[in-house]
Design a protein around this ligand. Structure first.
Ligand SMILES: *[C@@H]1O[C@H](CO)[C@@H](O)[C@H](O)[C@H]1NC(C)=O
Ligand SMILES: *[C@@H]1O[C@H](CO)[C@@H](O)[C@H](O)[C@H]1NC(C)=O
Length: 252
């Protein structure tokens, strides 16, 4: 499997001070990319096989709301300056990908506030609900992010909790918001978690695509992901060096 480095957008969203978070995507292949939009805060209409740029902002839960309404991190009204850390990705539409956020260069992600929101677009301004990443007690390291497109325009972004059956009864795990969460004390210091342990707790994000592209072709990696889950999707990525997947399979 060829690992590719994430393309960096030409401009970062204005609302952020972009801190250094190295992000890598695996599984993205370069078939003709017909999407010329590289900014996460701009609108793109995509077809299958195009690249699609989106961002993930890390901050406290309240930082994503203004007047009780959750706004896109692209919205300048949010007080995210200095508070948020940002990772940018450009996966291939309708291709199963596992993204990892290497947080070790930027310090502890949980210190950014412990929640993350995925976002893309300006007019449509899709943003996921905030999802718990970690605090000094627990750290969640595996996420599934679902992209819902309609005729190639992103309508919706949401996290799909995988449940806690894979970690139930494991001494070093708890169940937080219906996801397996490792005790932060088991995490390697400064790398996502901040504990004194050995596990790389950098978050890994599994992507799934649903809906239709601009030619109204059906995106079906969502179907593939739900079908594969029963055979442990993480196993698919076990050849990813230094990845969350490797860490997990060693741990269980
Ligand atoms: C993560 O970043 C650190 C510091 O920049 C680097 O030393 C390390 O090799 C990186 N790890 C991966 C898996 O890319
Ligand atoms: C960490 O988050 C979990 C889940 O939301 C919560 O139960 C726990 O009290 C939090 N711990 C701290 C130290 O904030």
């Amino acid at each position: 499997m060829a690992a590719t480095t994430t393309a960096t957008p030409r401009r970062a969203p204005a609302a952020f001070v972009v801190l250094l978070i190295l992000a890598t995507a695996s599984g993205a292949s370069a078939r003709g990319d017909g999407n010329g939009v590289y900014e996460p805060c701009a609108d793109a209409t995509v077809s299958r096989g195009d690249g699609f740029t989106f961002g993930v902002a890390f901050a406290g839960r309240d930082a994503f709301f203004s007047g009780g309404v959750q706004l896109s991190p692209c919205d300048g009204r949010l007080p995210l300056q200095n508070a948020a850390k940002l990772a940018l990705f450009r996966p291939t539409v309708d291709e199963i990908s596992l993204l990892t956020v290497n947080a070790s260069g930027a310090g502890d992600l949980t210190s950014a506030g412990g929640y993350m929101v995925a976002f893309a677009g300006r007019k449509f301004a899709a943003r996921s609900p905030p999802v718990f990443v970690g605090n000094s007690s627990y750290t969640v390291t595996g996420f599934t992010l679902v992209f819902e497109f309609h005729k190639g325009t992103l309508q919706n972004l949401f996290w799909k909790a995988d449940g806690c059956s894979s970690c139930s009864g494991q001494a070093n795990f708890g169940c937080v918001e219906n996801s397996c969460a490792i005790k932060t004390s088991s995490c390697r210091g400064g790398n996502g978690g901040g504990g004194a342990g050995q596990v790389d707790c950098s978050p890994g994000i599994q992507l799934a695509f649903s809906g239709t592209d601009k030619h109204e072709a059906v995106l079906n990696s969502w179907y593939e992901v739900s079908k594969l889950k029963q055979y442990s999707l993480f196993g698919l990525f076990s050849n990813l060096k230094d990845s969350l997947a490797g860490q997990f399979s060693n741990f269980f």
